[in-house]
Write a new protein. Structure first.
Length: 474
C-alpha cells in the first residue's frame, strides 16, 4: 500500500486527519509537525519500521490517537503542553520508560490509553487519584498490589510477575491475580458473553452481564476480562458495552446470541486455574447490531482480529460474512495449549470497517459466547499394566527431585523421562504423573474392607481416567 505521503505537510489548514486501518506503512512523516491547526489526529495500525513519536506543534489537539504505529522510545515531554487534550491513545506500541511527571498537567484528559507498551517504574499517584478513564494494562510497571483495577484505572497485567506460585494451575497468573487460589483445577470454561446464566444442551454457560467502562476489568471465579476503549464520536453518554439484538433470532440456542459483549479497541478474556494441556476453543458470534434489510442500517461492516495465547489466529474477522448474514450464528473452532494454568483470548479492532452505521460508535470486536474444553485423550481403563521396575524407571527410582507434591495416598512424582516408552502419551507435551501409594494392606486396608473387587476396580478406573495418567504400586 505504500507509505503515508509527505504531501500531507502542505495541508496546513487541516483540522482533522484520520488514517486508521489503511494498510499504509510508517513511519509517520516528520512534516506532520507543520499542521498547527490540527485538533483531531488519528493514525492507527501502521506497518513498517520502528520510529519515535513524531513532533506535533499544534496546541489545539483534543483527540490524539497514535495506536499500533510501531512507536518506540520514551513518552515525549511535549505532550504535557497539550492542555486541550481530551483523548490520548498511544496503545499497542513499544513505548518504554516512565510516565513523565509533567503529564499531571493534562487535567482535561478524559480517556488515556497506554495499553500494550513496555512502560516501567511506579504508576504515578496522580493517575490513581485523578485518572478518569485510564488503561495501563499490559505493561511492565512496578507491581503495587493485588488489585487489577483501582478506581477508573485498569491495571490488569500492568506489571511483571515477581514471585510466581509453585502451583501449576496458578503459576502463570498475571501479577495482580497472584493472590488467586484455585478451589479446584478446571478442565473447561463456558461464558455467555454479555448475557445471563444459560443452560444449553446440558452445558451451563456462566453469566457475563457486568457493564464495562472505557477502561475496565472484571473477575469471576475462574476467568476475567479486560476491556479497553472508548467509542469516539458517539454522541450519547448512554452507550453500552453489552448490546442486545436488533433483529429476530431464529437459530437454535438463541439465548447465547440475544446479547453480546463488545469493545472499542481491545477485549481480552483470561481463563485461569486450568489444567495444563491441549484445549479446544469455540468462539460463538452473531452480528446483532446491523439489520438484514435494504435500509441504511444494513450497510455496516465490522472487522476485527482474534488472538489466542498471543498468536493471531484470524485477521479481519467479519461476523456477517462468516455467518452468511446478520442475526445468524457462526462458531469458529481453534486449538490452544494451556501452560501454567492460563488461557488468553483477545479480540482487537485494527481500525477497519465502518464506524458510523447505523450510528456513530458501532464498530470493534463483538463476541456472543466462549466454550473451552480439554482436548486430552483419556487412556482406556487398564489396571496392573505397569510393573514396579517400569514405574521406578519412569521416576528415576522415586528421585526426590521429581517429587511434585503429596496426595492422600502418598507422594506424587512426575515422569522425569518425557519420552519414556512405557509412559508415552498421545500429547507429548503433557507430563505424566506417577503416584507412589503406600501399601494398602498396612495403611489403608480399613478404608476398603467393605468394597467389593468390582467397586475397587471402578475406583481405580476413575483415578486412571484422570487426564494425567496415574499409576500405583502396592
Amino acid at each position: 500500500m505504500g507509505k503515508i505521503p509527505d504531501f500531507i505537510q502542505n495541508l496546513t489548514n487541516l483540522q482533522k486527519l484520520s488514517i486508521q486501518g489503511s494498510g499504509l506503512q510508517g513511519p509517520i512523516p516528520s512534516g506532520i509537525a507543520r499542521l498547527e491547526r490540527l485538533n483531531d489526529l488519528r493514525i492507527s495500525d501502521l506497518d513498517g519500521p520502528e520510529s519515535r513519536v513524531p513532533q506535533l506543534n499544534s496546541k489545539k489537539i483534543e483527540t490524539l490517537i497514535l495506536r499500533s504505529c510501531n512507536l518506540m522510545g520514551e513518552l515525549p515531554g511535549y505532550l504535557a503542553n497539550m492542555t486541550n487534550l481530551k483523548i490520548l491513545d498511544l496503545s499497542f506500541n513499544k513505548l518504554s520508560g516512565k510516565i513523565p511527571i509533567s503529564y499531571s498537567s493534562l487535567e482535561n484528559v478524559e480517556y488515556m490509553y497506554l495499553t500494550g507498551n513496555q512502560l516501567t517504574g511506579a504508576v504515578p499517584d496522580w493517575i490513581l487519584e485523578k485518572g478518569k478513564n485510564v488503561d495501563l494494562s499490559y505493561n511492565n510497571f512496578t507491581a503495587r498490589g493485588s488489585e487489577c483495577q483501582e478506581g477508573y484505572v485498569n491495571l490488569f497485567a500492568s506489571s511483571e510477575v515477581e514471585n510466581a506460585t509453585s502451583c501449576s494451575a496458578t503459576s502463570g497468573l498475571v501479577s495482580c491475580l497472584q493472590s488467586q487460589r484455585c478451589a479446584k483445577t478446571q478442565y473447561n470454561l463456558f461464558i455467555n458473553c454479555g448475557g445471563s446464566k444459560a443452560k444449553v444442551k446440558g452445558t451451563t454457560y456462566e453469566a457475563d452481564s457486568e457493564e464495562a467502562t472505557p477502561s475496565s476489568f472484571f473477575r469471576s471465579d475462574y476467568w476475567a476480562y479486560s476491556s479497553t476503549g472508548y467509542f469516539t464520536d458517539y454522541c450519547s453518554t448512554a452507550f453500552s458495552y453489552v448490546v442486545k439484538n436488533t433483529s429476530t433470532l431464529s437459530m437454535n440456542d438463541a439465548q447465547l446470541y440475544k446479547k453480546a459483549r463488545r469493545s472499542a479497541i481491545s477485549l481480552t478474556y483470561y481463563g485461569f486455574c486450568l489444567m495444563d494441556g491441549p484445549y479446544n476453543v469455540i468462539l460463538h458470534f452473531a452480528e446483532i447490531m446491523f439489520t438484514g434489510d435494504k435500509s441504511y442500517q444494513s450497510l455496516g461492516k465490522r472487522d476485527f482480529n482474534i488472538y489466542i495465547q498471543g498468536k493471531l489466529v484470524w485477521k479481519d474477522f467479519n461476523i456477517e460474512i462468516e455467518a452468511g448474514g446478520v442475526g445468524k450464528e457462526v462458531m469458529r473452532n481453534f486449538t490452544a495449549d494451556v501452560t501454567k494454568g492460563t488461557l488468553e483470548i483477545r479480540f482487537y479492532w485494527a481500525g477497519k470497517g465502518s464506524t458510523g452505521i447505523p450510528e456513530d460508535g458501532v464498530y470493534g470486536p463483538l463476541i456472543s459466547a466462549i466454550s473451552v474444553y480439554s482436548d486430552l485423550k483419556y487412556l482406556a481403563l487398564q489396571i496392573g499394566l505397569f510393573t514396579l521396575r517400569q514405574i521406578k524407571a519412569a521416576t528415576n527410582n522415586f528421585d526426590p527431585a521429581n517429587k511434585i507434591g503429596e496426595g492422600g495416598f502418598g507422594s506424587v512424582y512426575k515422569n522425569y523421562k518425557r519420552n519414556y516408552r512405557h509412559f508415552q502419551n498421545k500429547s507429548n507435551d503433557v507430563p505424566i504423573i506417577v503416584a507412589k501409594i503406600r501399601k494398602l494392606v498396612t495403611r489403608r486396608a480399613s478404608l476398603y474392607k467393605n468394597f467389593s473387587p468390582s467397586q475397587i476396580n471402578l475406583i481405580l478406573g476413575t483415578i486412571w481416567r484422570f487426564p494425567h495418567s496415574i499409576f500405583a504400586r502396592s
